[in-house]
Structures are given as C-alpha cells and as structure tokens.
Design a protein around this ligand. Structure first.
Ligand SMILES: [Zn+2]
Ligand SMILES: [Zn+2]
Length: 556
C-alpha cells in the first residue's frame, strides 16, 4: 500500500474561467468532480460552447468510477452531456443539481441511459478506495455541496463554489461543524474556491439583495422587468415574495427561466404564492403597475429573451417609457460589450435602468471573500493546499494567503494550471507529470458538432467546406439594405451547381434583414449573429456542409 499514490488531476477550470473538472486517482480507481463548460470569448467566432477535453478519462475509461457534482451551475455541469456521450458513468449529486443535469441530458437524448444517484448533504458513499461525504455549503445556487473524500492516504476536501452565507433564503446553513471536525482529525489536502480572493471582508448574504429590491419595487410605478440567472433560486424567491407584497403579478420569459422555476417549484425549493403567475401573452394587457416580468438573458446573449426585449422584438413584452429594467446579476468578464449594447437599446426605449456596479447593487456575489477563505483554511488546517476556480493570479494570491496563515502543519500550497497534476504518497506531495488536456469547441450545443480546437476547426472548415462571405450594405440614413446582399464564397461549392442556391442564400440574408427592426439593423453585433445563424441553417440543409460564415456589414 505504501507505494500507492494519490493523483490530483485538474481537467479544467484552473487558470481559466469556467469548465471546472477535477479527477482524483488512487491506483486503478478514478473519481471525477464536476464536468463544466464555458461560454467562449468573442474571439472563438462561431463556437457556442467550450468543454474540457476528457481525453484523460477516455484513456482510462475502465477506471472511472463516478462523476460527483458540487452544484448545478453551467461551469460545473455543462460538459456532462459531452462526457456522457463518451462514457456512461454514474453521476452523484443533490436533488436540484440532478434536476438541472437531467434537463441538459434530455436536450441531448441521453436522459434514458444516464445513471443519476441522488445524494443529500451529510450522506457518505463508497467508491472503490474512496469514501465521499457530501457537506452542505452556501452559494448563489441552492443545494450546493462540498466533498470530504477519505482516501487510504488521508482526507481530501474539495469545497466546490461557496460563500459562508449566515442567512441564506432557504435557511439551509453552511455546515461549518463538519469542516471543523475533519480539520480536528487531520486533512491531507484542501482544494478551495479562489474567485473572490481579491475582495476583502465578507461576501454579503443573499438576503442583502432584498431591501434594495424592495426599494425598486417602492419606486417603480409602471412595469418592472427583472433579469437574473434562472438558477438563482434565492433571487427568484425574493422577487416572488416582493411581488406578492406589492400586488404585482409575475410572468416568466425565456425557456430556461420557465424550466428552472418549474423544477425548483416541484422540488419544494421555490415557493410560488397563489394566483401570482401571469401568462406571457397577458403581460401587455395587464395594468403596467401590477406586473413584474422575470426574464432570462443577463449576459446579453444575442438570442435570449432579454436581448429580444431590448430591441423590441419579443412577442410578449414591449418595454415602454417609464418602465424599470433591472439586471440582477454580475457581468461575466468578456460579456461587457454585449451587455452594455443590450442596455443601450433598453435605454433607448425610455426605461429606467438598474444594473451592474450601481450602488446599491441589486446583486451579491456567490463566492467567498478573503475572511471567509481564511475561516475555511483555519477550520480545515490542511497539510497541503490547492487553490481552485480562478485565473492564475487569483489562485496565486489564494496560495499566498494560505502560506501566510502558516498554521501548524501546513507544508505546501500548489498553484496548478489545468493538466498539471500533483502526486501524494506516504512520503508527501509533489508536482506530478502533466496530462494532455485541452478544449473542445462545440457548435450549437449538439454532440455531433464537436470541433477539436478553434484553429483546427477553422482550418477544417476552410479546407473541406470553404468559406462564405455575405456582404450587406446598409444605408446609414434609412437603416435599410441597399439592394440584395452579395455573397462571395471560396472552396464551398462549384459555381455551376451553386448559382441557384447562392441566389436563394442571398434571399435568406435579405429576409433576415427585413424581419429585423431598424434598431437591430444598426447593431452590427446582433445582425452578424442573426445572419450567421440563418445562413448556416440554410446552407447546412442544402449541402450538409459547414463553411465558415463571416457576415460583413457595410454602412453606406
Ligand atoms: Zn457556482
Ligand atoms: Zn463555478
């Protein structure tokens, strides 16, 4: 036994934002914690989802015992369909987490074959040489857990995402006792969330949002439109409660908003006051002062409900002068441009805007600030420490914080990047070999549209399917297209059999333009995305090929 080693293998999420996944291996047994995704930067043009490359697990497929989930955020569960398509391993998670996973699996027709095991905080399960105890933590999403994993070499604690919220809206408290107990008995390794290591003090409780929200309810005399993450059950509960108090009916807009509220309601995690729900088609006929609309799309995603509302293209809701629009979420780095663009459109409709860093903010972070991070370090008192969930600078700072506490017994903190392993045996811990990791870029969230890497993807598209360049001239004064759009293509289809199709493609682009409002037409970002999506659909249908499509919009 003494020559056996425990390997910590980060598959994603270290030194990058999103797609968290961590494997633990002892001998011939592997368990995986989380399998997230990330939304790509604008520079990954045409890619919709990025997940870790699970090649390491694929290579050791017969050793992988289970996937364990900390909570239901996309950066922890979004990669599951892509992992499961490669290997059907059993999944363990709490009720809400699994319900969100199931919804994702349904979208990919994997729900029938998946093995989902519901666990509760406080429960222990045995997986080969590992005994895993799930420990309740608080976070911006409900039903979040940390894990204490007992291995033959000692206990490993993985915090998942957390803050220490003393007053969560569901009254399910952070289980500090269990952390302390493990600490007392001795912990080999702690891995902890580094997101907010730059923030001093304590992160505010979810309940801190309520008085600020109440203030908005007090001031608004017309329609109230609030956008938040659909998984923010704490936030939704407070919006529902306030709406009931202020005599407003609540309508949910957006597919994810409707799905998730239904799931949470069915699990008893969200209380919906009687007779409060309003059907979307009744929003505009109800008295404006009696309506609260909860909308998905906080990050300015081009096709989301809020983006459509912003340019007045939503069938159920028109924002009018004097309405209040609230963005109750954080701005995920990289999305600033899209969000501000969306907000500019909302402002043009004459709405009052409440968002971002306005004070008081109508959003609180779900991640622990420095004092909470210290608290966990002091309770757990690990021999080794690995910061998780952050960019390199944040993890480095978290490691320095741990070293500075220098409590008895702490030997070393490791700052890792995805793919850099750590090995622990009876003699101690050290950096191990690197394993092959990477990103998988996926178009349109479909399993068979996996593309290996951005560069490869472009190269492949170009070499096999060529490129298509729709060129649209828009008149600055009228906002209308000047003539029929031109389409230039290379390496896509031969000219002889493509004349008719290209003519039709021009009409497709023209129709996209016509069906868009003048305001949308002046927004290049929105138009490029719409044209790309429509043209891609048309060309794929016609040729089952996937050329690189790059709309060019010229103002004339
Ligand atoms: Zn999270
Ligand atoms: Zn996260």
């Amino acid at each position: 036994m003494s020559d056996r080693k425990l390997q910590i293998i980060p598959l994603g999420g270290l030194g990058e934002f999103g797609m968290n996944s961590m494997a633990l291996r002892y001998g011939d047994d592997i368990i995986v914690i989380d399998a997230g995704m990330m939304f790509p930067d604008a520079e990954l043009l045409g890619v919709d989802i990025v997940t870790p490359d699970f090649a390491y697990l694929e290579e050791h497929r017969s050793m992988v015992r289970a996937l364990l989930l900390t909570h239901g955020h996309e950066d922890h569960i979004g990669g599951i369909p892509f992992l499961l398509a490669q290997m059907n391993i059993p999944i363990y998670g709490t009720d809400f987490t699994l319900a969100l996973v199931e919804r994702r699996l349904e979208e990919h027709d994997l729900d029938k074959s998946a093995v989902l095991n519901r666990v509760k905080a406080g429960q222990k399960i045995e997986l080969g040489p590992f005994v895993v105890e799930f420990i309740r933590v608080t976070h911006s999403i409900v039903s979040a857990v940390a894990m204490a994993i007992t291995t033959p070499l000692g206990v490993v604690i993985h915090t998942g995402d957390f803050k220490v919220d003393p007053t969560p809206t569901d009254n399910e408290l952070f289980d500090l006792h269990t952390f302390a107990e493990y600490g007392k008995r001795g912990v080999l390794l702690l891995m902890s969330d580094s997101t907010n290591v730059d923030r001093s003090g304590y992160t505010e409780s979810e309940r801190a949002v309520r008085p600020r929200m109440e203030d908005i309810f007090n001031r608004a005399d017309r329609r109230l439109v609030i956008s938040c993450f659909s998984s923010s059950i704490h936030r939704l509960q407070q919006i529902l409660d306030l709406s009931a108090e202020f005599g407003r009916k609540v309508a949910f807009l957006g597919r994810s908003m409707n799905n998730v509220t239904e799931i949470a309601h069915n699990l008893g995690l969200l209380t919906i006051p009687d007779n409060i729900l309003l059907r979307p088609q009744d929003i505009m006929s109800a008295a404006p002062g009696k309506v609260c609309v909860v909308v998905s799309g906080t990050q300015g995603e081009p096709m989301s409900a809020l983006s459509r509302v912003a340019v007045d293209q939503h069938k159920s809701l028109s924002v009018e002068r004097g309405d209040t629009v609230v963005l109750s979420s954080r701005i995920i780095p990289g999305n600033e441009k899209a969000i501000y663009r969306m907000m500019n459109h909302v402002a043009k409709r004459g709405a009052d805007l409440v968002y971002g860093s306005m004070s008081p903010p109508v959003h609180v972070s779900g991640h622990a600030s420095v004092e909470e991070l210290k608290l966990i370090l002091n309770l757990v008192r690990p021999r080794y420490f690995i910061p998780l969930h952050g960019e390199y600078r944040q993890m480095a700072k978290h490691a320095a914080l741990a070293r500075n506490l220098s409590h008895a017994g702490m030997e070393q903190a490791f700052v890792l990047e995805t793919g850099q392993t750590v090995e622990i045996d009876s003699r101690g811990a050290r950096m191990g070999p690197k394993v092959a990791v990477g990103r998988i870029c996926i178009d349109s969230g479909s399993l068979d549209e996996v593309v290996e890497d951005m560069v490869i993807r472009d190269r492949r598209h170009l070499s096999e399917d060529g490129f298509v360049l729709p060129i649209i001239a828009i008149n600055k004064q009228t906002g209308k297209a000047e003539g029929l759009p031109e389409i230039v293509s290379r390496g896509f289809v031969s000219l002889e059999d493509s004349v008719v199709m290209m003519q039709e493609a021009r009409l497709v682009v023209a129709r996209t333009l016509e069906s868009s409002s003048a305001e949308e037409r002046t927004d290049w970002g929105v138009m490029q995305e719409k044209i790309r999506a429509d043209l891609k659909r048309f060309l794929t249908k016609q040729t089952s090929r996937r050329p690189l499509i790059m709309p060019v919009i010229l103002e004339v």
